[in-house]
Design a protein around this ligand. Structure first.
Ligand code: HEM
Length: 194
């Protein structure tokens, strides 16, 4: 039982590391902004192909977080009711549902709209397409930032599932995660943390 628990913990943590993709997505998106015009050339095809092909892996990682997280609970003898009595676990569960909904929205609505605009435009992008693509991309970028914030918060809550931190410390860590996410949103984070 102990071995299974150890393996599951490793799977859960490695999976959490792999969920850092929104951070790297923000890096490449911010680099694309630095590159400047023209819009719709091969740089955009490359960027869009990378981003849209990460959706299915993201769903897989979300499902793995849920299954391994629930399995960790059960193996420790805790039932589903723990999601209601353990605030950190309950919150982790809700946050996962929230990012699954965000990802579904990007996959089913936002990304197809961006793809359709690029496809309609072909090689010569009409003038009114740029602001429309820009607005959709900005929305996707904000959602990626929200997702990054949620994943980091879930990891921070994970560490205190069985031994809660004082409330002030949790609040301070959430503030630090918010600052880090803001930097990832606004810059190419040339020094890693900033
Ligand atoms: C965004 C999704 C998630 C991330 C990034 C994440 C990350 C983490 C991390 C980093 C830990 C710390 C492990 C340790 O200190 O040993 C942890 C622990 C834990 N997580 Fe998650 N988690 C996520 C979702 C979930 C979900 C949905 C559940 C279940 C509802 C869950 C249940 C647990 C449990 C039970 C632990 C304690 C592990 C133990 O028993 O030692 N997690 N998580």
């Amino acid at each position: 039982m102990d071995t299974l628990l150890s393996i599951l913990k490793v799977i859960h943590i490695v999976n959490a590391i792999l969920m850092a993709w929104p951070f790297y997505a923000l890096v490449i998106v911010n680099q694309r902004v630095r590159l400047g015009p023209p819009l719709g050339d091969r740089a955009d095809t490359y960027l869009e192909n990378i981003i849209k092909n990460r959706t299915i892996p993201c769903f897989v990682f979300q499902a793995t977080a849920l299954v391994s997280g629930l399995a960790l609970m059960f193996l420790r003898g805790q039932g589903l009711g723990t999601l209601l009595t353990n605030p950190a676990l309950g919150l982790k569960f809700l946050l996962l549902v929230f990012i699954a909904a965000l990802l579904s929205f990007v996959h089913l609505s936002l990304q197809p709209q961006i793809d359709a605009l690029f496809a309609q435009a072909g090689n010569s992008l009409p003038a009114d397409f740029a602001p429309r693509i820009g607005a959709l991309r900005l929305r996707r970028k904000r959602m990626a930032s929200t997702c990054l914030f949620v994943v980091l918060t879930s990891a921070m809550l994970g560490v205190q599932v069985w031994a809660p931190f004082p409330l002030w410390l949790t609040a301070a860590l959430i503030a630090a995660i918010a600052v880090f996410t803001w930097r990832a949103y606004k810059s190419v984070t040339p020094y890693g943390w900033a």
